[in-house]
Design a protein around this ligand. Structure first.
Ligand code: BTN
Length: 279
């Protein structure tokens, strides 16, 4: 019997903490349905580092900026991981989201997805459409310790999306024409996250930034709009700082360092003329 069969059989005997699967260093708690894997993991107060929560579906999956994350049953990977970073690493925390996006992009490429890109900070795209997102939430527990819940959603076997997402979202199955076994994708992604997290823990920020920059067309020379709350900036990207912030040379020549914001690619002249000629 394969580990996948064992997982399916045991699912009927789900405990309040889900079905437990060991994938060192991770301990996975698998649930058939949850409101949000991030919320479940945050509620597991005494969980050790590398505890993971995975669900086949989320009824209230959350994205960044109070958005919802479409979490159809069985089609996607909905995963949250608990890290316990040392307090003195707080300036490097944004890099954990970046390293998760790197691990997702690498796993998608390995599975044959073409045109994989990363949009700053953590969105994996395929053919310009969103295929994965990361929601990192840090909870401080006393002066000395920090609990970081890193939530990762990956669209895997979706054949279609609700109409409001159909232009902007894609999945591995749409891109490759093939379905994947969610548990196999999960385990490979976890291996990669563990490798990149170990580098992060040892302070190898430059390796993460270098890999992110090689996987992302947004790293340099991309003309973008950045929304920072109510402020709208347009400019050209100019690399990341050592803590993962985005450098932007604005259209009026100022250099800005963006710590948090929503980046959108500006349509080029070529894109615009194509649109007009087909209208
Ligand atoms: C985004 O791009 O806005 C982030 C999406 C993050 C979605 C994942 S799915 C698993 C985890 N649980 C949640 O409720 N959200 C994250």
């Amino acid at each position: 019997m394969t580990h996948l069969n064992i997982e399916k059989e045991a699912m009927s005997a789900q405990s309040p903490n889900g079905m437990i699967i060991h994938r060192p260093p991770f301990i996975i708690h698998h649930f058939t349905s949850l409101s949000s894997t991030n919320d479940q993991l945050k509620a597991m107060a005494d969980a050790p580092e590398f505890t993971c929560v995975v669900a086949d579906e989320q009824t209230a999956g959350r994205g960044r900026r109070a958005r919802t994350w479409y979490s159809a049953p069985g089609d996607g990977l909905y995963l949250s991981i608990l890290f316990l970073p040392r307090n003195d690493s707080s300036s490097r925390l944004p890099l954990t989201g970046l390293l998760a996006a790197v691990a997702v992009a690498e796993t998608l490429i390995e599975r044959g997805v073409a045109g994989v890109d990363i949009k700053w900070p953590n969105d994996a795209l395929a053919g310009g459409r969103k295929i994965s997102g990361v929601l990192a939430e840090a909870v401080s527990v006393g002066p000395e310790s920090l609990r970081l819940v890193l939530g990762v959603g990956v669209n895997l076997n979706h054949r279609s999306f609700p109409s409001e997402l159909s232009e902007s979202a894609t999945s591995l199955a749409i891109e490759t024409g093939e379905r994947v076994i969610v548990e196999e994708f999960r385990d490979r992604l976890l291996e990669k996250i563990a490798q990149w997290y170990e580098l992060w823990r040892r302070g190898a920020s430059a390796s993460i930034i270098d890999r992110w920059s090689r996987l992302s067309t947004y790293a340099r020379g991309k003309h973008v709009v950045v929304m920072i709350e109510d402020e709208k900036l347009t400019g050209v990207t100019d690399g990341l700082t050592e803590t993962g912030a985005l450098r932007l040379v604005t259209d009026n020549g100022a250099v800005r360092t963006i710590l948090a914001g929503e980046v959108t690619k500006l349509r080029t002249g070529a894109d615009l003329s194509l649109r007009h000629s087909s209208a």
